[in-house]
Design a protein around this ligand. Structure first.
Ligand code: ZN
Ligand code: FE
Length: 808
């Protein structure tokens, strides 16, 4: 956006010009108006600025060159959190008044364009917090227009103090003065507070006693003694303990009944992160961004080839992330975190909850974990309006991909566009969807998402609002939280969906919910089609595209469970071009928990029902397991739904390579397999797949298993096998894509599904595809796992409305 373009054709040569600017983008609640005020005052301009439903409207009066200088300054130096997406300039009728004023927001019954996200404490606030002369010296709730809680305190829109949980606190004269002074950096900072009027910290023991002394100092002391603390943050409580010693971490694992799922780790600063993890430029950028997500980083101790191989590398205890090549790292993002980290370097900071239940965010819920899990709680009396987990990113190659979209990103909308020619325009170059021509919010689509990583999407015009990560919807409390958030979003956005989109799976909570909701239309979208369209919608890709959709399992619509799919996909529909060979998923969910079952099915695929007698190695692998029962189940087709899942192929191979026969969380087996691959320096070795093509291509991993058995027999290193397997899957993918790309004259490929949370695989695929005429599109706004499918579902729903297709 350049001033010369915005002001094209406007005569700014006069000594008394009056213009009207309309600014859109991320321009409300980010200190925009005080900046405008300052820039206008500095140039002696009269007029006003106000928030309206159109965007921020600025009227300016004064010398033409001063107006021009104002416009250039605003575009070049907007407030740090602002993003100016459009600026329009028009001449206005001159009227009286030399003053420049900030006017009250127009609240015209409809919410404005502001969807505020929680933002890490800024440098200015930190400076004040550390200044003994400042009124907010060591005040753990310091914030300003550039930083602080937002989504997690809002109870309605427009974003205004009375509609936040800060409405429970009055403002003392000190804060009131700052809040009402247009030149102050806390002008309309809705959560403004100080020790005289704001929330207070409290440190309580499991028995309910208040701990005497400074809560921060005492909390640090307890943590250093090896205690486990529940610490109230922005969107909920964290469970925290020392991360540099194994005992507290092991204790937390026992108490949380979480034997292996990795814990996130908060480091004092970027230097501390770099002592334990490998950090590239993109990762550093993410870690330091005001959105402050968790970033999945490679453990430095695994870097056997790089520079760190030469240094004495420190590592965190294995208990932090067992059999995992990565650490989920993040930096302090609230003022309280910064206070705690003055005397501590590394802490485990994991979401406070029981296994699959939602994040704990109220003091009532906190009760349930006091004593049983947490020894103490560092809490406060600012209410959390929305549960909101930490967001998570990882960076395959140099591409930041979200794994969980929550704090710092929600409720910011994603924008839909139509077939952008330049997919890197980031939502700007594409024409608006014709859908919006029907008028904003005329029709809204509600997409309910999947099951295990719940998240819904609600559309309004060309905006899609994706909820925060809502956890595993098998849990009744997660379901309740899902319903609550859904109601809140509809109220906040003032929309009532006409169309509800659901997955085809008959047993998902969201599928049942679709039946309860009173919408004019309910449509079903196939799981892997939704994955594919999620990526297409992110980039506004022109259809059709080739889609690689690799995940655990998704309902195929034909009674089978898919999960290793190559599609030709459009917004309205898809064609299945290739998939992994169907094998029985014996015992359903059981087969997911026990990777050995899928391994047995793959070996049965190779050797038939007599597989257990086929070799000594096989009989040894399955000794002590109910292999006979499972083979019998498969042979009789009892509780053995056919699946083409590639996630289950990773499980099976992991069992052979790592020996993990029972997974305590989804992903444990593939994560251990990836860790093994990271330890290997071999990059040449490959396994082979068979392809059988009739109407579709069926990819048979039988030769791969044959070769792996031979490797096991000859005692090949597990890392070598793991690495070869990853590269082989990537090569197979590239092979298939090469052919499909030719046959369908299509070089654009979208890549989605939970299997692409595997960085080793993503990077191998990127490398394999780079010399070819294939353009790969990975997720960059929503996760590749099922947390991202609601976006695709919503886009398919909109397509149905646009094309008037009645077919469900
Ligand atoms: Zn600040
Ligand atoms: Fe999926």
């Amino acid at each position: 956006m350049r001033w010369s373009e915005a002001a094209d054709g406007i005569d700014l040569t006069g000594s008394m010009v009056r213009v009207r600017l309309v600014v859109n983008g991320r321009v409300q609640g980010v200190g925009f108006r005080p900046t405008v005020y300052r820039y206008a005052k500095e140039r002696g301009l009269g007029g006003f600025v106000k928030n309206t439903n159109e965007g921020v409207v600025i009227e300016l009066k004064g010398r033409g060159p001063d107006i021009e200088s104002f416009g250039k300054a605003l575009l070049k130096h907007p407030p740090p959190l602002a993003v100016i997406e459009s600026l329009s300039v028009s001449l206005a009728e001159p009227a009286g008044g030399k003053d420049f004023r900030i006017l009250e927001s127009e609240v015209a019954g409809k919410p404005g364009t502001l969807y505020p996200v929680d933002t890490a404490v800024c440098a200015d606030c930190l400076r004040e917090m550390r200044d003994p002369e400042d009124r907010r010296y060591r005040y753990p709730f310091i914030n300003c227009t550039n930083c602080g809680p937002r989504f997690t305190i809002i109870e309605g829109l427009p974003y205004d103090r009375p509609l936040t949980t800060m409405n429970e606190f009055g403002m003392d004269p000190y804060c009131r003065t700052e809040y009402t002074d247009p030149a102050n950096r806390r002008f309309h900072a809705e959560p403004v507070s100080c020790p005289g009027c704001g929330p207070v910290l409290e440190l309580v023991s499991a028995g309910g006693d208040q701990v005497k002394g400074d809560p921060v100092v005492e909390a640090v002391r307890l943590l250093k003694e090896g205690r486990i603390l529940a610490i109230k943050g922005l969107g909920g409580y964290h469970l925290s303990c020392l991360a540099c010693e194994p005992e507290p971490v092991a204790k937390l694992r026992r108490r949380k009944k979480r034997p292996a799922k990795p814990f996130a780790v908060m480091f004092r600063d970027i230097g501390a992160v770099e002592r334990f993890c490998l950090v590239n430029e993109k990762e550093r950028e993410l870690l330091l961004s005001p959105r402050s997500p968790i970033v999945i980083l490679k453990k430095k101790s695994l870097d056997t080839r790089g520079e760190s191989a030469l240094e004495e590398v420190e590592s965190l205890p294995e208990e932090v992330a067992p059999r995992n090549g990565y650490i989920g790292a993040f930096l302090p993002y609230t003022p309280l975190h910064h206070l705690l980290f003055e005397n501590i370097e590394v802490l485990v900071m994991t979401s406070a909850n029981f296994t699959d239940e939602p994040l704990i965010s109220t003091e009532q819920e906190l009760e349930k974990i006091m004593g049983g899990i947490a020894d103490y709680a560092l809490t406060n009396n600012r209410r959390i309006a929305h549960k909101c987990d930490d967001s998570i990113y990882f960076v395959p190659g140099s591409l930041p991909v979200p794994l969980r979209r929550a704090r710092g990103y929600v409720p910011e909308p994603l924008y839909l566009e139509e077939s952008a020619d330049d997919p890197d325009s980031g939502g700007k170059a594409g024409r608006k969807l014709s859908f919006t021509a029907k008028g904003p919010a005329k029709e809204s689509v509600l997409a309910l998402g999947g099951q295990e990583k719940g998240a819904f999407a609600l559309t309004k015009g060309d905006s899609v609002f994706v909820s925060a990560h809502l956890g595993d919807l098998a849990d009744i409390r997660s379901q309740q939280n899902y319903r609550r958030e859904l109601e809140d979003f509809q109220k906040m956005l003032h929309v009532t969906p006409q169309m509800v989109v659901r997955d085809m799976h008959p047993d998902y909570f969201t599928s049942r919910l679709a039946g309860e909701l009173e919408a004019e239309r309910v449509i079903e979208v196939q799981h892997h089609h939704a994955h594919a369209v999620s990526v297409m919608a992110e980039y506004g890709l022109r259809e059709p595209v080739l889609a690689v959709s690799f995940d655990g399992t998704g309902y195929g619509g034909d009674g089978t469970l898919w999960g290793g799919e190559f599609l030709l996909a459009g917004y309205g529909g898809f064609e299945r071009l290739a998939h992994i060979k169907y094998l029985p998923l014996t015992g359903g969910e059981k087969a997911v928990e026990e990777p050995w079952r899928m391994a047995l099915m793959h070996l049965r695929n190779l050797y038939g029902d007599g597989v257990l007698e086929a070799s000594d190695i096989i009989s040894r692998l399955f000794r002590g397991k109910e292999a006979g029962v499972i083979l019998d189940m498969a042979a009789r087709g009892v509780n053995s739904i056919p699946t083409s899942s590639i996630g289950r192929l990773f499980d099976a191979v992991s069992f052979l390579v790592t020996g993990i026969s029972r997974a305590s969380f989804e992903g444990e087996a593939p994560i251990a397999l990836e860790e093994a691959a990271l330890k290997s320096s071999d990059t040449e070795k490959r396994y082979r797949f068979d392809y059988v093509t009739k109407d579709t291509t069926v990819i048979d991993p039988a030769p791969l298993f044959e070769a792996m058995l031979a490797d096991i027999k000859s005692g090949a290193p597990s890392g070598e096998m793991a690495s070869a397997f990853h590269h082989s899957v990537a090569d197979m993918t590239v092979d298939i894509l090469k052919r499909l790309s030719r046959e369908h004259d299509c070089s654009r490929v979208v890549v989605s599904g939970g299997v692409f949370q595997n960085r080793f695989l993503c990077e191998s695929l990127m490398k394999g595809a780079s010399p070819l005429d294939l353009e790969l599109y990975f997720h960059r706004k929503v996760p590749p796992n099922d947390g991202g499918i609601s976006l695709g579902q919503a886009r398919v729903g909109i397509e149905r409305i646009i094309t008037g297709s009645s077919q469900a």
